[in-house]
Design a protein around this ligand. Structure first.
Ligand SMILES: [Zn+2]
Length: 268
């Protein structure tokens, strides 16, 4: 027979045992939670490159955090190269988009629409709604509503409507409804500047290098296709937003006016 010290608890009765069980349960639940990413970010852009130049640093940060990141390009943006046919440039941009997504660990999807012809119709809304139902995002990022490019403005309209359609039981697509979208965030894009007001700032100081590596997969970033200095502009913008946010680099988003409404008991 084994003699016990009077201060030695039977392991089954020990409070330490219960704390250990509680701890194990917590760890088990934590692992279970890790199986499902905390967030799924779905970024929907009109053209390959739009989401990456404006917010790949944020996407990279979320991916590193363990979140799932998916980019949907509605068109390839194949019309933007005066030296190549849309078909050839489209093929190039598809490959560039795949490589860019790989850099930040994002999944990539392509719509079937043509550059300059993103349709403001029911079919496009239902297509995006069905993507939302499959991807099940918690957060959606897309274009701001006022733009010099009609594809960007149209994308804003149809994405907003698609989030609603995706949530409605009565709207029939190939997949069941999804009601888990917590917010829609609009990117700061030089083409979509009218009335855009930075509202939410995300610190991307440690992710600017990933952004640069990601967007550099696109030839148009280097200045050979477009005269717009994409790399310099967006790096400088990140520095400006960073300064405003008290960080080194930041990326800003706007949200709908209605979502800015706050209700409080007292002034805080
Ligand atoms: Zn675009």
């Amino acid at each position: 027979m084994i003699r016990r010290s009077p201060h030695c608890y039977d392991s089954v009765q020990s409070p330490l045992f219960f704390f250990a069980i509680l701890g194990l349960t917590f760890i088990k639940e934590s692992f279970a939670m890790q199986d499902q990413p905390q967030r799924t970010i779905l970024a929907i852009g009109a053209h390959c490159g739009d989401m990456e130049v404006t917010c790949a640093a944020v996407l990279a940060k979320h991916k590193k955090q363990g979140d799932r990141v998916v980019i949907l390009h509605l068109t390839l943006g194949e019309g933007g190269n005066p030296k190549m046919s849309p078909r050839a440039y489209g093929e190039q941009k598809r490959k560039e988009a795949e490589e860019a997504a790989k850099v930040i660990g994002a999944e990539v999807l392509f719509g079937s629409y043509k550059d300059g012809e993103v349709p403001n119709n029911e079919e496009a809304r239902r297509y995006i709604a069905d993507v939302i139902r499959q991807v099940k995002p918690t957060h959606i990022i897309t274009h701001w509503k006022l733009s010099i490019h009609k594809d960007h403005a149209t994308t804003n309209f149809i994405v907003n409507d698609a989030v609603l359609l995706a949530s409605l039981e009565g709207v029939v697509t190939d997949h069941p409804r999804h009601q888990g979208v917590k917010g829609i965030y609009f990117t700061e894009n030089w083409e979509d500047a009218e009335n855009f007001k930075p509202y939410l700032y995300v610190d991307v100081t440690d992710h600017l290098m990933a952004w640069k590596q990601c967007v550099s997969k696109y030839e148009f970033i280097g200045g050979g296709i477009s005269s717009f200095p994409y790399l310099e502009y967006y790096e400088a913008l990140a520095r400006v937003r960073g300064a405003e946010a008290g960080k080194r680099y930041a990326v800003s988003f706007d949200i709908d006016q209605f979502e800015k409404k706050r209700v409080v008991n007292f002034l805080d």
